[in-house]
Design a binder for this molecule. Structure first.
Ligand code: NDP
Length: 256
């Protein structure tokens, strides 16, 4: 029973921003669960390692160089993926960008880059995928990468927090609108994971030990912590779950 509930065999998943970090970990976890993958980042060459890992698992993988802020190229990329596999069952909106900055210094360029990547890009990828999923007998599942900033205000992360709070609102609203189309829309909110995006913080030992104090499990998230939750939300085990966001944060949000 468990193997059917948690298997993604025969499914096709798109993961945006899968060249490194959390997106790469998620893509590999989805491949382990049995799905074939379509992975994107802004350059083909950056996706070579992810593709190699997925193919080592015996799954097929198609790569696509696509900038999520280039809305016009989303349909074209999705069509190419569909031509390779015939269906799109799962979309993980993972591509993300952050640039911390005191709010008095945020300019339009920073605002647009963060909102354009994290919120606008995720919306138009969802729209493109949903148009395809709505035609499929089994619909589809969309998983968005929210954040602790979807729930709490973090100084100097205001454009980022606005994008991730917006993404949580978008997750809820799309789940209601697309439930009749057989499409579920959920999210995960990673806590503190050490990746290229966050590396700068971890260089500061004082910061790292203050953060660890606030995390009940007393450790940062790692590669093994996030993919399984996304696999759960992507597949049959969560068939009656939509519009939800699961924090994956070692207990941080529950304890503040
Ligand atoms: P990384 O910076 O390590 O990876 C970001 C990924 O997104 C890369 O694959 C990058 O690919 C891709 N990307 C960035 N901009 C674009 C773009 N415009 N178009 C297409 N792809 C893009 O970040 P993380 O792995 O840490 O973060 C992944 C997601 O998880 C993000 O949405 C982030 O906000 C979220 N998150 C992360 C947390 C953490 O602690 N790390 C905490 C909470 C949420 P490339 O540069 O090769 O194009």
């Amino acid at each position: 029973m468990a193997d059917t509930l948690f298997s993604l065999e025969g499914k096709v998943a798109v993961v945006t921003g899968a060249s490194r970090g959390i997106g790469q970990w998620i893509a590999i976890a989805i491949a382990r669960a049995g799905a074939d993958l379509c992975v994107t980042a802004r350059s083909e060459v950056s996706l070579a390692e992810t593709r190699a890992e997925i193919e080592k698992l015996g799954r097929r993988c198609v790569t696509g160089a696509q900038d999520v802020t280039d809305i016009k190229s989303i349909d074209e990329t999705l069509e190419r993926f569909k031509a390779s596999f015939g269906a799109i069952d799962i979309l993980v909106n993972n591509a993300g960008y952050e640039q911390v900055s005191p709010s008095l210094e945020v300019d339009e360029e920073i605002w647009d880059a963060i909102i354009g990547t994290n919120l606008k890009g995720a919306f138009f990828w969802s729209q493109a995928a949903a148009r395809q999923m709505a035609k499929q007998p089994e619909g589809g599942s969309i998983v968005n990468l929210c954040s602790l900033t979807s729930y709490v205000g973090i100084p100097t992360a205001v454009p980022y927090g606005s994008s991730k709070s917006g993404l949580l609102g978008m997750t809820r609203a799309l789940s209601a609108e697309w439930a009749p189309l057989g499409i579920r829309v959920n999210a995960v909110a990673p806590g503190y994971f050490r990746t290229a995006m966050t590396e700068g913080f971890y260089q500061d030992e004082g910061w790292a030990s203050r953060m660890l104090d606030k995390i009940p499990q007393k450790r940062f998230g790692d590669a093994a912590d996030i993919g399984g939750v996304v696999v759960f939300l992507a597949g049959k085990a969560s068939a009656y779950v939509t519009g939800q966001c699961i924090p994956v944060d070692g207990g941080f949000l529950a304890s503040i």
